[in-house]
Design a protein around this ligand. Structure first.
Ligand code: ACM
Length: 380
């Protein structure tokens, strides 16, 4: 990227909720995106042209994501969009980018079983998080699981995969509940009472947003003990732990490609710059990190393509690698998903995750779980 800015700016869309029940995590994705944009602009932009984000706040409403995606592409003439946390918001944007040939950069773990030519997926597919988590939980805590999720596509589909894995390994699911994604704190009490009655070995949570905070707080108030019956999750990051209280989160388990405590120079620089920009009490998390590195993947492709034309840009992205804070990542040319690291963390008293297990290299994405026996072996 050259040092001086010339020519008209590159306009791109940014769609993350900064208000509503999903803002606890989506605002951090917004921060990760903005940090990358600011860094690239202060180094001269891309091919001498500044990056200008066109930003909307969909307010945690899935349908608003579709509405704003349409506005970005039709009224604002933007073809590249960075955004979405929930799978329901991604499903609302999908027909828009497919119909109008846009490119959505999606930085969130999800349930898999999708591969759109109009999406670059930089969050984990189930073979990059669920498999390793299932194996770790069965080895460490036992084989009787209780599922609690928010009621939308990601938790239901993700639990379908988890149930298959558990069953194949001789375990069982002793209870399964879904609460409205807008559930209030008191809605979690009957669930926690049922958990206390059923005494599973592990609670597997696919609750998202503010509901995560309510679930863990209700669990703590009920006097349950994470040393013997932890909540295990793929969605509880440093951001939700901060919102619920470090003491409430302590001892619970999350599988993710990235935690703030990942060692290495790339992550140390990233964490320092993030805290300098957003405050010392803000932690990075897997969603900040994927939002950040995917923007660098985009900028690298744009530098080569020198156009925001979706077809040209996408062809430049596929197969590229980047030295991300989590380690080296690469975009798989076949699926548009990303090779990512698999890590298991346990939250500590400082709101950080102690890393208990990790893959020896980035795990290849297998969004349709075609060969997941091999993927599981990859986390040895
Ligand atoms: C999600 O909804 N993909 C977490």
């Amino acid at each position: 990227m050259r040092a001086q800015k010339t020519g008209s700016p590159w306009r791109i869309g940014v769609l993350f909720s900064r208000t509503g029940f999903m803002s606890v995590i989506e605002e951090t994705q917004y921060y990760g995106t903005m940090l990358a944009i600011e860094e690239i602009n202060s180094a001269g932009g891309v091919n001498g042209r500044e990056l200008i984000p066109v930003i909307y706040d969909p307010g945690s409403e899935a349908l608003s994501f579709g509405h704003f995606a349409k506005r970005l592409m039709i009224e604002d003439s933007v073809s590249t969009i960075f955004g979405c946390y929930t799978s329901s918001s991604r499903k609302a944007v999908l027909p828009v980018v497919e119909r109008l040939n846009g490119l959505l950069w999606y930085p969130t773990l999800y349930e898999g079983f999708e591969a759109s030519p109009n999406v670059i997926y930089t969050g984990a597919a189930p073979n990059q998080n669920s498999l390793a988590l299932c194996r770790f939980l069965m080895k460490t805590y036992g084989n009787r699981f209780y599922f609690i999720g928010s009621d939308y596509i990601y938790p239901r589909e993700s639990n379908r995969v988890m149930r298959e894995l558990i069953k194949e390994s001789g375990g069982s699911v002793v209870g399964e509940r879904y609460l409205n994604i807008r559930a209030r704190r008191q809605d979690f009490l009957p669930v926690v009472n049922e958990i206390r009655r059923l005494q599973p070995d592990v609670i597997f949570s696919t609750v998202v947003g503010d509901g995560t905070v309510f679930l863990y707080q209700t669990y703590t108030e009920a006097g349950l003990d994470p040393r013997t019956m932890p909540i295990a999750s793929l969605t509880t990051t440093e951001a939700e732990i901060r919102a619920m209280g470090f003491d409430v989160g302590e001892g619970h388990i999350t599988a993710a490609p990235y935690f703030e405590g990942v060692p290495g120079a790339a992550n140390a620089t990233f964490v320092t710059n993030f805290k300098k920009r957003f405050g010392d009490d803000c932690s990075t998390n897997m969603c900040v990190e994927s939002s950040y590195f995917q923007f660098y993947l985009f900028a690298k492709a744009l530098e080569q393509a020198n156009t925001l034309d979706t077809d040209v840009l996408r062809s430049m992205v596929l197969g590229t690698t980047f030295s991300a804070p989590q380690g080296q990542v690469a975009v798989d040319p076949l699926s548009g998903h990303t090779d990512l690291w698999t890590r298991i963390g346990r939250a500590n008293r400082r709101g950080q995750f102690d890393i208990l297990d990790e893959s020896s290299s980035a795990v290849h994405p297998d969004p349709f779980l075609i060969g997941y026996g091999r993927a599981m072996a990859g986390t040895e």
